[in-house]
Design a protein around this ligand. Sequence first.
Ligand SMILES: Cc1cc2nc3c(=O)[nH]c(=O)nc-3n(C[C@H](O)[C@H](O)[C@H](O)COP(=O)(O)O)c2cc1C
Length: 158
Amino acid sequence: MISKDEFRRALGRFASGVTVVTARDASGRLHGITVSAFCSVSLEPPLILVCIDKNTGSHYALAETGSFVVNILRQDQQYVSDRFASYLPDKFEAVGYDLGIDDLPVLEDALANLECRLVNSHDGGDHTIFVGQIERATIGDGEPLVYFHGNYRKLETD
Ligand SMILES: Cc1cc2nc3c(=O)[nH]c(=O)nc-3n(C[C@H](O)[C@H](O)[C@H](O)COP(=O)(O)O)c2cc1C
């Protein structure tokens, strides 16, 4: 088995986009978490997955209410990523959003918003793999925020 350090160094070689997954717990409190472990799963039906650390505050909210939104961030939204990766008591204070399915926060100005119904969850070690069916999508134009080797990057466009 490889060490945690080797795992981090190896996986850091994989470039990804950055998303913020938003949810609401049974009491109505909003949750949001920065997530790079996001992936397309199936076209028919339209499924995606996100992997959420079991120790985060957002984990139970996704499991509890059965719906969530994946907000795919733009290049200029690094501050949004930092905010939702922090322990701030109210991460939504300085961030604009509308309400989507199940009154979930749909972040403004994202590159895309995917409003999902939770259809399955699977154990994934210290994470849970949440599979969602996309009910509604908002699609914008622009460049994505990229994460690689522990840093935010910009796509080189020519
Ligand atoms: C670029 C980036 C990517 C991240 N990706 C994930 C991820 O895929 N899954 C996860 O559980 N946490 C991920 N995190 C860490 C969470 O965003 C962080 O633990 C957050 O503070 C949890 O918030 P919460 O406890 O309020 O839910 C990532 C952080 C950053 C900066």
